[in-house]
Write a protein that binds this ligand. Sequence first.
Ligand SMILES: NC(=O)C1=CN([C@@H]2O[C@H](COP(=O)(O)OP(=O)(O)OC[C@H]3O[C@@H](n4cnc5c(N)ncnc54)[C@H](O)[C@@H]3O)[C@@H](O)[C@H]2O)C=CC1
Ligand SMILES: O=C(CO)COP(=O)(O)O
Length: 335
Amino acid sequence: MRIALIGAGSWGTAVAGLAAQEASEVRVWAHEESCAAGINTNHVNPGYLTDYTLPENVIASSDIVWALKGADGIIFAVPSMHLRSVAKAARHDIAPDTPVLCLTKGIEPHTGLLMTEVIGEEIGHPERIGALSGPNHAEEVCQGALSAAVIAAEDPHVAAFFKDVLISPAFRVYVSDDITGVEMCGAAKNIMAIICGIAAGSGLGDNTLALIMTRGLAEISRLVHARGGDPMTCMGLAGMGDLVATCTSEHSRNRMFGVAFAQGVSLEAYQERRHMVVEGAAAAMSIAELARSLDVDAPLTFALDHILWHGGSIAESLEHLTDRFPTSEFYGINE
Ligand SMILES: NC(=O)C1=CN([C@@H]2O[C@H](COP(=O)(O)OP(=O)(O)OC[C@H]3O[C@@H](n4cnc5c(N)ncnc54)[C@H](O)[C@@H]3O)[C@@H](O)[C@H]2O)C=CC1
Ligand SMILES: O=C(CO)COP(=O)(O)O
């Protein structure tokens, strides 16, 4: 069996290693030629996860046609801002019945589309496209630390196919049919992680972090419900699981960016320094747009959008948030 892994950042690299346990060959497409060369020569990606040695059946190229050739399954792991252009470039080299899995976490700005919907618009046959999400930092998964994820797909055969490819004693894979809920949770939790980072970087304590995570989860549940997903998904790996991991972990780019931002580092400077995507920044904008269009009350998302993209101050946003009159804890989720 041959798997194509489109994207050689941290997560694509770690998941290539997982897939290589089941597949006879994993072909990785890397945006940077140097990443492909390092994987082929030393079995190490020189750009990401540099302490991790990939299995020898993982090979790479910056030629996407080569990567897709003869693939029995295709996994997309590119940042959200590049997903549409990469899927467009791949469209003529993907057979209509090849199962596809999306690892990207985000919502497309202006369209409000989920990442699987973006891929579906470009390559067609959206029913064969699933999404994987959960509390999975690449740095831990590649070292075999016990982790779990959920794969959501409309077609259960697609979820079962990728579950068989990726599951191992150290990487537990559950399945779901709530693709909307799983993808909304994966995109929105990054916003809460940045806010937790800002709070921690501003000297606020553990009570505040727990407050942000809990009210964040209620906000995510309202968004999931309004977008047509199942709020129960928020209790699972893609919801609470990933929220806890990303809001508390030292590996979280989103949380660490929030800490740095509170100390005066700009988004551009942070991304330039780390060469890593901070998906929650883009998600603050795209999910704020989506929430307004769906008439969802999303105060934490609106606050981060205001701070990052409209010049709002942290102090002013905190004052605005704490001025709100608390109502029923779970409003907007059941009705
Ligand atoms: N890192 C992690 O532990 C996890 C990441 N994810 C998600 O996976 C997705 C990919 O993130 P990472 O692998 O962490 O990325 P990363 O931040 O480690 O690396 C950035 C990636 O962007 C690529 N890139 C840069 N410019 C590009 C362009 N013009 N066109 C196409 N690709 C370009 C780079 O080649 C590299 O693959 C994101 O949506 C992220 O939220 C999900 C779960 C875990
Ligand atoms: O989605 C991720 C982990 O599940 C990666 O995002 P963070 O690095 O911000 O946690």
